[in-house]
Write a protein that binds this ligand. Structure first.
Ligand SMILES: Cc1ncc(COP(=O)(O)O)c(C=O)c1O
Length: 396
C-alpha cells in the first residue's frame, strides 16, 4: 500500500467512525514473535504487545493450532451448554491461582462490572454499599466500571455515574483510615496502576488495607487486568504485596489476543451468584478459551518465570540508562514486564522518536513511557530496545 492509499484509509476512517481512537499512521500487515511488519517493508519491535494482550507474541504456533482445531469443531454454541474448552481453562486457572471459582466474560470492563455486581449482592440488605477505588486508577469505561475509574479525563463528560463510590488517595494510609468504615462494601485496587503511570502500591498501604478489611469485613477486588496473567513474574501482581483479594479481575493477556475476561472468587464469595443473576452471551467463547489454555499452559511451562527474569534484566539495563541521563529520566518503576520509565518532561516526542527507530512503546500519564512487551521477548530483542532507547534519549 502506498502513501495515497494510507491517505485514503485515514480519510475513510475519519468519515466512517466515531472519533474514539487516535491511530498510528502505519499499516500493519502481519506479526511474528515480538515484531510487527508494515506494508511498506518496515519491521517494528513491539514493546507494547497490543496493550498488554499479546503475551505470547504474534503467530504463535501452538496458539494458532489450538484456535484452528476449535474453529473446526464450533466457534460458538452459547452458555446453554457445557463447554470443554471453558472447563479446561477454568481448571488451569483455579489450579494456578488458588481461587475456587471462575466466571468468564469478554473484556476488562465487563469483568469489573461482574465484580461490582458480586459485591452488591454479597452485602444485600446489610447497608454496606460504598465502593472504593483510588486516585490515578483505571477500571474501564462502561458506566459501573467508569464510576470506579478515578481519572477525571475519562469520566467528566459522562456523569451522573453510580452513587456511593469514593475515590481515595492512592498510597495514602491516612486517606484509607479516614474514609473506610462500616459502610464500605468493596475496595477496588490495581496493585500496580497501569494507565495511572505504572505506579506500584506501597507495602504499608496494602498492610493498612488488610488491617481495615479485618476490622470492617469489606471485600477486596484486585484489578489485575493489566498486571495479571504472569506479567510481573508472578501469576498476579498482588502476590508481590502479600495481598489476598476476595475477587480477582482478569482480561487482556488471558485470551492471548482473543476477547476474554474473567473474575475469580475465593470461598467468601463463591456462592453469591445463583442461576440467571449474571451472564453473558459470548462470555468464555470456546475459541478464546482454547487460546487461553495455550497461554496458561505456556505460563506453567516456564514462561511466567521467564517474564520475571526478562523484567529484571531490562529494569537493570534501564537503571544504568537512568544514571547516564539523570536530567531526563526521573525513575524506573514496575515489576517483570510491566515497566514505566518516568521522564522529567512529557514523553510523546520520545514515543515518536522511538517509532522512527522501529520501536513501538506508549506514553501514559503525560511523562511515563510504558513497556508491556510479549513474554517471549529475548535478551537480544531487549538489547535492541535498550540501544534504540539510548539513542533516542541522547536526542530527546
Ligand atoms: C487496569 C485496567 N482495568 C480495566 C481495563 C479495561 O479493560 P477493557 O479495555 O478490556 O475493557 C483496563 C484496560 O486498559 C485496565 O488496564
Amino acid at each position: 500500500m502506498d502513501n495515497t492509499n494510507l491517505e485514503n484509509i485515514i480519510s475513510s476512517e475519519e468519515n466512517d467512525f466515531f472519533h474514539t481512537y487516535k491511530r498510528l499512521p502505519i499499516i500493519i500487515e502481519r506479526g511474528e514473535g515480538c515484531w510487527l511488519y508494515t506494508n511498506s517493508g518496515r519491521k517494528i519491535l513491539d514493546m507494547f504487545g497490543g496493550l498488554a494482550v499479546n503475551v505470547l507474541g504474534y503467530n504463535h504456533h501452538a496458539m494458532n493450532k489450538a484456535i484452528e482445531e476449535q474453529i473446526k469443531k464450533y466457534i460458538h454454541i452459547s452458555n446453554l451448554f457445557y463447554q470443554e474448552k471453558q472447563l479446561e481453562l477454568a481448571e488451569l486457572i483455579t489450579q494456578m491461582s488458588g481461587y475456587s471459582k471462575v466466571f468468564f466474560c469478554n473484556s476488562g470492563t465487563e469483568a469489573v462490572e461482574a465484580a461490582i455486581k458480586l459485591s452488591r449482592k454479597f452485602f444485600l440488605g446489610t447497608g454496606k454499599r460504598t465502593l472504593v477505588s483510588f486516585s490515578g486508577s483505571f477500571h474501564g469505561r462502561t458506566m459501573g466500571a467508569l464510576s470506579l475509574t478515578a481519572r477525571k479525563k475519562y469520566r467528566d463528560q459522562f456523569e451522573p455515574l453510580l452513587p456511593d463510590v469514593k475515590h481515595l488517595e492512592f498510597n495514602s494510609v491516612e486517606s484509607l483510615e479516614k474514609n473506610i468504615d462500616e459502610n464500605t462494601a468493596a475496595v477496588f485496587i490495581e496493585c500496580i496502576q497501569g494507565e495511572g503511570g505504572v505506579n506500584p502500591a506501597k507495602q504499608e498501604f496494602i498492610d493498612s488495607l488488610l488491617k481495615l478489611r479485618e476490622k470492617y469485613g469489606f471485600l477486596i477486588a484486585a484489578d489485575e487486568i493489566q498486571s495479571g496473567v504472569g506479567r510481573t513474574g508472578k501469576m498476579h501482581a498482588f502476590e508481590h504485596f502479600g495481598l489476598k483479594p476476595d475477587i480477582v479481575i482478569l482480561a487482556k493477556g488471558i485470551g492471548g489476543g482473543l476477547p476474554l475476561g474473567a473474575i475469580l472468587g475465593n470461598e467468601r464469595v463463591q456462592d453469591v451468584f445463583t442461576f440467571g443473576e449474571h451472564g453473558s452471551t459470548f462470555g468464555g467463547n470456546p475459541v478464546a478459551a482454547a487460546s487461553g489454555i495455550v497461554v496458561y499452559s505456556e505460563l506453567k511451562n516456564g514462561l511466567m518465570n521467564k517474564a520475571g527474569e526478562m523484567g529484571e534484566l531490562i529494569i537493570s539495563k534501564l537503571e544504568s540508562l537512568k544514571m547516564k541521563f539523570p536530567e531526563k529520566i526521573k525513575s524506573i518503576r514496575g515489576k517483570g514486564l510491566m515497566i514505566g520509565i518516568e521522564l522529567t518532561k512529557p514523553g510523546q516526542t520520545m514515543v515518536e522518536m522511538l517509532m522512527n527507530k522501529d520501536v513501538l512503546v506508549n506514553c501514559t500519564n503525560e511523562n511515563v513511557i510504558r513497556l508491556l512487551p510479549p513474554y517471549i521477548i529475548s535478551e537480544k530483542e531487549l538489547d535492541f530496545f535498550c540501544n534504540k532507547f539510548e539513542e533516542a534519549m541522547a536526542e530527546f
